[in-house]
Design a protein around this ligand. Structure first.
Ligand code: ZN
Length: 100
């Protein structure tokens, strides 16, 4: 419900964004509830855990909370990068449990 509203707002206001919207991280290997992502800013290798709602910088052993927003068939994961403090986000498609 809120996404079309946000698109309408974005389209109604052309031009540069008034605030930093955050950087889209690059999605790597995806597990059932975890995924490896590469920070879009500093390219740090991060492990996101959708169950614990944390993001972990494996190189620096730092863990930070992550916000998980349920979509229709995906999760929106948002966090502040543990390595460079830049707000990042990525969309993670839901894996339907079809019997393992
Ligand atoms: Zn980073």
């Amino acid at each position: 419900m809120s996404i079309p509203h946000r698109i309408r707002r974005a389209m109604a206001r052309p031009g540069p964004a008034p605030h930093h919207p955050g950087i889209r991280a690059e999605l790597g290997t995806v597990g059932l509830l975890t995924a490896w992502v590469s920070c879009g800013h500093c390219h740090a290798s991060l492990r996101v855990d959708a169950a614990l709602e944390t993001v972990r910088d494996e190189a620096a052993f730092r863990t930070r909370p992550m916000r998980v927003t349920d979509g229709v068939r995906s999760w929106l994961l948002e966090w502040d990068c543990p390595a460079c403090d830049i707000p990042s986000h990525v969309t993670l498609a839901m894996v339907s449990p079809s019997g393992s």
